[in-house]
Design a protein around this ligand. Structure first.
Ligand code: FAD
Length: 397
């Protein structure tokens, strides 16, 4: 570890990895330091809830990102605790003070705690270490409570039930995925989980609970108690804004505010990935917690640290896989919006258009088992003004 880097990246995750590669596209020699709280190298996070559980051909050595190939120093198991913008330094929890010329914050967020405290049997699922531990706690007919009906909760429930684990899935919607998908599709998805043997507890929220010597007690708001071998929680993150705020950087409504080049209110500091609240060219100012954005914004931020001065013009897509069902999407998937459904085969393959509240266009596009169509989805969101069913049906797919 040096005491000064030309480029210093805080956060050894997916955006941090992409940024190190982005820097190298423009500057073959400048020193790069990557400081990460996790003890392990940057990892392809989607594999932690999908392929590592569901694809027998996929092995653990495929999850590691090649950050070290850039020549960056990886300073792992280390948290940055403060930024001194005047001095151009960061301080770490080991007491080190490290200087930078250009700084990137790629710190994402930490899981938002519920009333159920984290322990060796209660995992707030995000990291490779969480994956290792969940492997130990699952299988052989053990019982795991999965909390959260979003993409991490649903993916983990599907992964575990396919790996000899009894699964209880606790989620607030009345029908699984009903706040995301139109009603009939959500019912189809829910049925797939029931058929697979997942026990569903809809309309339920965790209020508390505790770990015991050999299991967990999960308490629900309605008074029910579930006893199991372990609990795994995928209910979302709180963005790491504390460092930025303490350093006096401007925050947005949902993250660290950046301009169209991903630069913060300090001209030597950029932000990428989950933590950045950026002006999306098509969708407007927002924060996005998805891989495509982490990689693309990380790459552009890295190039900009190295002087490119280019805008971030990519509108990200995202994806999920549940059993044999899979989708990609762009924009808002919010079932409270009016939708136009265009099924090639009902609930097997098709496109759902989510209409903007004011009826002026399309706010989001769901591509259900429809592939290679994210550019078309972006085009529809950017350009389509006639949102009648006749006009939308057949546009994609
Ligand atoms: C299990 C799982 C499955 C997912 N599946 C999908 C998927 O299928 N599709 C999809 O589009 N997205 C998926 N995502 C989301 C996607 O992985 C994230 O959006 C992406 O990783 C964001 O990249 P990032 O670099 O901003 O954050 P991360 O990859 O989370 O990296 C941030 C890193 O910064 C570190 N850090 C934070 N604060 C500090 C500090 N002060 N000092 C040092 N280090 C710090 C954190 O410990 C972390 O390692 C998934 C996420 C998870 C957890």
């Amino acid at each position: 570890m040096r005491d000064h880097y030309r480029y210093l990246i805080v956060g050894a995750g997916m955006a941090g990895d992409a940024a190190a590669h982005g820097i190298r596209e423009r500057d073959p020699d400048g020193t790069i330091g990557v400081i990460g709280r996790e003890p392990t190298a940057p990892v392809t996070r989607p594999a932690l809830s999908k392929k590592l559980w569901t694809d027998p051909e996929f092995t653990e050595d495929q999850i590691w990102l090649p950050t070290a190939d850039t020549g960056a120093d990886l300073i792992l198991g280390t948290s940055v605790t403060a930024i001194d913008r005047d001095a151009g330094t960061v301080t770490t929890d080991t007491g080190a003070v490290i200087g930078y010329d250009r700084l990137l914050l790629a710190t994402s967020g930490h899981p938002t705690p519920l009333g159920l405290p984290e322990s060796g049997r209660v995992l707030y699922y995000r990291t490779y270490r969480d994956y290792e531990r969940l492997r130990e706690l699952s299988g052989q007919g053990r019982h795991v409570v999965v909390v959260g009906g979003g993409y991490i909760g649903t993916e983990l429930a599907a992964a575990l039930v396919q790996n000899d684990t009894r699964v209880t899935l606790v989620f607030p919607d009345e029908v699984l995925t009903a706040s995301t998908f139109p009603a009939a599709l959500a019912e189809r998805v829910e049925r797939r989980f029931t058929e697979a043997g997942v026990e569903l507890l809809p309309g339920a929220r965790v209020s508390g609970g505790e770990s015991t010597a050999d299991g967990v007690r999960v308490e629900l708001e309605d008074g029910r108690v579930i006893e199991a071998d372990a609990a795994v929680i995928g209910t979302g993150i709180t963005v790491e804004t504390g460092l930025a705020e303490a350093a006096g950087l401007t925050l947005g409504d949902s993250g660290i505010r950046v301009d169209d080049q991903l630069r913060s209110s300090d001209e030597r500091i950029w932000v990428a990935g989950d933590a950045a609240e950026y002006p999306d060219r098509i969708l407007g100012r927002r924060r996005v917690e998805h891989v495509d954005h982490a990689q693309e914004s990380g790459t552009v931020a890295g190039r900009n640290l190295a002087g490119a001065g280019e805008p971030y013009t990519h509108t990200p897509y995202y994806y999920s896989d549940l059993f044999e069902l899979g989708y990609e999407a762009v924009g808002a998937l919010d079932s409270s919006l009016a939708t136009v459904e265009d099924w090639t085969t009902p609930f097997e393959e098709g496109v759902v258009y989510y209409l903007a509240e004011d009826g002026s266009g399309v706010a989001g596009v769901l591509l259900w088992n429809v592939w290679d169509a994210t550019d078309a989805a972006r085009r529809v969101i950017a350009e389509q003004t006639d949102v009648s069913a006749d006009a939308l049906r057949g546009l994609i797919g």
